[in-house]
Design a protein around this ligand. Structure first.
Ligand SMILES: NC(=O)c1ccc[n+]([C@@H]2O[C@H](COP(=O)([O-])OP(=O)(O)OC[C@H]3O[C@@H](n4cnc5c(N)ncnc54)[C@H](O)[C@@H]3O)[C@@H](O)[C@H]2O)c1
Length: 375
């Protein structure tokens, strides 16, 4: 790839997109951002966020607006497609919206790339660990096994773990690699899977190098503190700032792979630059499991507040028990996260201190209860 590229970042005003923009500008790329400033993320006034560099060319537009997106693609060398509706729980009732933005929006982008003149050399698509459903597991006696989805009767009995299909013993979560079969448990996950499958398939057919980046749970400054459908670190931070103990489903021992946004962006740019990464899928995570309870407690400790997480021992439909990344594939290209969890959460916490935050987590929870999605 040549340097000083012209990069179009869809969703570039958002959390991950804006950090991507900064990293691109820093190394001398020219950046155009295409974003509709979704009010759920950017507030009712839908203003360009203060943090977005004035060096970018900003186009306000929806990924489903073909004419406007077509103009945004013109003259660019590379596309990083980050724009999406982002919320597992919400996707289970805002179904049309999630399918429309994530699947149709991506379809329109590819329709432009296939049918219009352009100079795009590579496309990076934001995918997600949510495609896996549950991660990989092993049984002490039977080795790697494929557990059955958790049963409602087990969940009602507060048996949260995954069990061996052969002997019924509790399974140990192990790193999840890109070859694990996919098992989408939410509309969001399925929409990201469609995005990924269409992108690789069409990219390959037209020999336009395309990479799907399966982001694990990303956290850091700029993740919306007013959007109760984002990631756990931002939701917990917003609650704590508003003197509410973080709301925790199940028993809090569910494991995730928390990656600081700057590390995630480093991974993305590595995939963008590497000529070896094309028509392929890569996990971007740290490879380290962290429990949700550990995350909540660490954020409470950093805030200096004196309360405990509110563990409600209830299950959210669509949630999984454990999933963390096997990062050996991206490591082979030279990827190494630089933030320890401690350093990363300190960075988040310092930023949260200076920000306003309206916690709407109760509203989001009530909506799920109303729809019968909390067991
Ligand atoms: N945050 C995570 O942990 C995580 C994990 C896995 C995958 N992802 C993926 O990463 C990408 C970025 O997520 P994020 O966490 O930065 O979310 P975000 O909500 O902060 O950013 C998304 C951006 O897309 C914009 N957008 C939404 N709908 C749009 C539309 N119809 N047209 C144009 N722009 C639109 C929003 O205004 C926002 O600026 C998404 O594709 C998401 O699915 C995120």
């Amino acid at each position: 790839m040549k340097s000083n590229r012209k990069v179009l970042v869809t969703g570039g005003a958002g959390f991950i997109g804006s950090h991507t923009v900064d990293a691109l500008l820093e190394r001398g790329d020219e950046v155009r951002v295409y974003d509709n400033l979704n009010p759920q993320v950017h507030g009712p006034d839908a203003k360009i966020p203060r943090y977005l560099s004035s060096e970018v060319e900003f186009i306000k537009g929806d990924v489903r607006d073909r004419d406007s997106l077509k103009k945004a693609v013109q003259g660019m060398d590379v596309i990083i497609h980050d724009a999406a509706e982002v919320g597992v729980g919400q996707s289970m009732y805002s179904i049309d919206q999630y399918i429309s933005v994530n699947v149709q929006g991506t379809g329109i982008l590819w329709d432009i790339l296939v049918n219009e003149k352009h100079s795009i050399e590579k496309v990076l698509v934001a995918s997600s660990m949510s495609l896996y459903g549950e991660g990989r597991f092993e049984c002490e006696e039977h080795g790697q096994v494929k557990p059955k989805p958790r049963l409602e009767e087990d969940l009602l009995a507060k048996k949260w773990e995954m069990y061996c299909p052969d002997c019924g013993s509790v399974l140990k979560p192990t790193p999840t690699d890109e070859e694990k079969e996919l098992d989408c448990t939410s509309v969001y996950a399925q929409s990201k899977k469609d995005q990924e499958v269409y992108s690789i398939m069409i990219g390959k057919a037209y020999q336009l190098p395309t990479v799907a980046c399966r982001y694990f749970n990303c956290y850091g400054p700029r993740q919306s503190l007013n959007n109760p459908y984002t990631g756990a670190a931002a939701i917990f931070s917003s609650s704590i700032k508003n003197d509410k103990p973080p709301l925790i489903y199940e028993d809090g021992q569910q494991a995730r792979d928390l990656i600081h946004v700057k590390d995630l962006v480093r991974g993305k740019l590595l995939l963008l630059d590497s000529p070896e990464s094309k028509f392929d899928i890569f996990n971007i995570g740290t490879g380290q499991p962290t429990s949700i309870l550990q995350l909540a407690q660490a954020l409470i400790d950093l805030s200096g507040k004196n309360f405990s997480p509110n563990i409600i021992h209830k299950f959210r439909n669509g949630d999984i028990r454990h999933c963390f990344a096997d990062v050996s594939k991206i490591e082979k290209l030279g990827f190494k996260p630089e933030f320890s969890l401690k350093k990363g959460l300190e960075d988040l916490s310092n930023w949260v201190e200076k920000e306003a935050a309206e916690s709407k987590v109760d509203l989001a929870h009530d909506q799920l209860v109303e729809k019968g999605l909390v067991v």
